[in-house]
Design a protein around this ligand. Structure first.
Ligand code: F6R
Length: 596
């Protein structure tokens, strides 16, 4: 949800650094972008509607400047156009903002009465105007920032320039991520680590109620009463190149091909029973789970519910975070609330963590981005170790979450004596030896099926039990990147209304990894085929009378979802590619949804 980058350094190459940083953050939003930088002691602003390359074209990147801030937008308040693009300026103040100011209309009215004039439809411009007002009154930027913060309701990550102070960038945040980083000769602000990795792997996390003051040679942190704070510097140990596309045509494809490595990375920490006990024994005292997440991470919750209830007999309630945050829950001191999030910053999921914590309920985060807000606020965190995921549509992070859920099921099953030690060891062994199976899936051809699906406007995914969870994710993957409408249904449910949409050749993709429901789903497939559907099946066994079959290797049922989702991710990718879609940056989307 919007990307922010700021640079102040020895070298006078601010525009180049900022544009490169924006490109690394483009996955966060790409409706418009803009930049503000000092040139001859004056703030210059440039903005463009559309992708960052359009902004790049209107800039002279060799302009001499050693300080600036920049923004790539995912529009919330105000249409995506040049006027609403950030930065926003008022008087001597220029800002870029990620988040949403909920009381902006009230503030705007108040400021208009005082004679201030607004040119955009955004909530963000209100921040610039408020800062300008308080700065005019006090001529003190830090006091103005503190006063402005007190007036804002909502969420924000803010980078601020003041024309009277051409050597410094100021930053604050609330409920939106912002990191502050230092290299030998420069300081940086960024929404996410990939934007600074070309220069340094040392960074700080700005906490709420802190102000960062960045100069080229130092960074000061102050609290709300302007006392200096000493902060711990963190080191990013991941692979710098993981945020580049390499030889792949898209990040999404690269990330699907990385799934093998992700499995290996996770399994290294859960190699045997002792490691499982060491890492997961905190789970054994709980008698029920609530799982809360959004989008694909919610689908992991659905899969987890099927797995845990069936194998461990622990009740699991799974809910979408945007609903959970406004309804009653029935947790008690025997419950664990589990939050699944790749980014660890999703606003609704984060709000649910806070809501549950208020009731003193224990919380677990299954998180990819270590040091993210959710990771820092939960009682227990399990990291999914998928590495930076750049494509907006999640693939490898989803797979990593799935593996963690399988490992939790295995551990609890063993702990509660549903699974023997031998069973557990066999599964761990299977999990560590999936390379050649995954290679087979990666190297299969999906083009023919993709070409057929690409011609349709409606596609259905069917599955029962855990296969329904996989169907939900496969359907989301297809629709978000190819813009084909698709729906996932529990296989037996379609005939209660939706089957009326099946026409001659409507693609229906059915997932059959579950033995106990296999025959029932086959019957449901017959029902749609009778009505003309073009049937594609994902299964471990050959099935007569279906147009297409994607065969996945035979494995224990617990592990099959891992193998079933990969061809479906690839299929969605190829359909989107045939339709010429912008696969890594689908329209209207952004990664890391930090607004409600
Ligand atoms: C879909 C996708 C989204 C995210 C959702 C939650 O491909 O990526 O549905 O899963 O926005 O995001 P996180 O996991 O960051 O909380």
């Amino acid at each position: 949800m919007c990307g922010i980058i700021g640079y102040v350094g020895e070298k006078k190459n601010a525009l180049k650094v900022l544009i490169t940083g924006l490109k690394a953050l483009e996955y966060r939003g790409y409706d418009s972008s803009g930049i503000a930088y000092f040139k001859n002691q004056k703030i210059e602003v440039a903005k463009e509607k559309g992708k960052i390359e359009k902004l790049e074209k209107i800039l002279n990147l060799s302009t001499s400047s050693n300080i600036g801030i920049a923004h790539t937008r995912w529009a919330t308040c105000g249409i995506p156009d040049k006027i609403n693009a950030h930065p926003h300026s008022s008087g001597k103040i220029t800002i870029v903002h990620n988040g949403i100011i909920e009381n902006y209309e009230q503030l705007k009215k108040e400021l208009e009465k005082e004679g201030y004039h607004f040119i955009s439809q955004t909530d963000s411009e209100t921040i610039a105007v408020l800062l300008d007002k308080y700065y005019k009154e006090s001529q003190d930027i830090l006091k103005s920032i503190i006063k402005t913060k007190k007036r804002l309701t909502g969420s924000y990550a803010l980078a601020i320039l003041c024309e009277d102070i051409p050597s410094k960038i100021f930053a604050i945040r609330k409920d939106n991520p912002l990191i502050i980083a230092k290299s030998n000769d420069a300081s940086f602000i960024a929404s996410d680590i990939p934007a600074i990795l070309n220069y340094t792997n040392q960074y700080y996390i700005l906490d709420e109620n802190e102000i960062a003051i960045l100069s080229k040679d130092k960074i000061d942190f102050k609290n709300d009463t302007l006392e200096t704070i000493n902060k711990k510097v963190l080191t990013f140990n991941g692979d710098k190149n993981s945020s580049t596309k390499g030889d792949f045509s898209h990040y999404m494809l690269k990330e699907i091909f990385e799934e093998k490595d992700v499995i290996k990375r996770i399994v290294k920490d859960y190699n045997d029973i002792d490691q499982l006990i060491q890492n997961l024994s905190f789970l054994k005292k709980y008698k029920k789970f609530d799982i809360v997440a959004c989008g694909s991470a919610y689908h992991i919750g659905v899969i987890a519910k099927y797995l845990i209830e069936e194998h461990i007999s622990i009740p699991v309630n799974v809910e979408v975070a945007s609903e959970y945050r406004y309804k009653n829950n029935f947790l008690d001191n025997e419950s664990l609330a589990i939050f699944i999030s790749q980014s660890g910053e999703t606003a609704d999921t984060l709000a649910c963590v806070r809501k549950v914590k208020e009731k003193n309920i224990d919380t677990l985060g299954i998180i990819n981005v270590e040091e993210s807000s959710i990771a820092r606020e939960v009682d227990y965190a399990i990291y999914t170790k998928a590495g930076p995921e750049i494509a907006v549509a999640t693939t490898k992070a989803f797979l990593a979450q799935l593996i963690i859920i399988v490992l939790i099921t295995l551990y609890l099953g063993y702990e509660k004596k549903y699974f023997t030690k031998e069973f557990l060891n066999e599964r761990l062994n299977e999990l560590s030896n999936m390379d050649s199976d995954i290679d087979t899936i990666l190297n299969s051809s999906y083009e023919k099926m993709a070409k057929i699906i690409a011609k349709h406007q409606n596609v259905f995914f069917l599955g029962r039990n855990i296969d329904y969870g996989i169907a939900l994710e496969a359907s989301l993957k297809l629709k978000e990147i190819s813009y084909i409408h698709s729906e996932a249904y529990p296989a037996g449910e379609l005939k209660h209304g939706t089957i009326s949409l099946i026409e001659k050749n409507t693609p229906v993709i059915s997932i059959l990894t579950k033995n106990s429901t296999f025959d029932k789903t086959i019957n449901n497939i017959k029902e749609v085929k009778t009505r003309g559907a073009y049937s594609i099946i994902i299964s471990t066994k050959k099935i007569a009378d279906t147009e297409e079959i994607i065969l996945i290797p035979e494995k224990n049922e617990l592990l099959l979802p891992i193998l079933a989702i990969i061809p479906l991710q690839l299929l969605a990718y190829h359909v989107a590619s045939i339709r010429g879609c912008d696969i890594d940056k689908p329209r209207n989307l952004a990664k890391s949804v930090t607004v409600e």
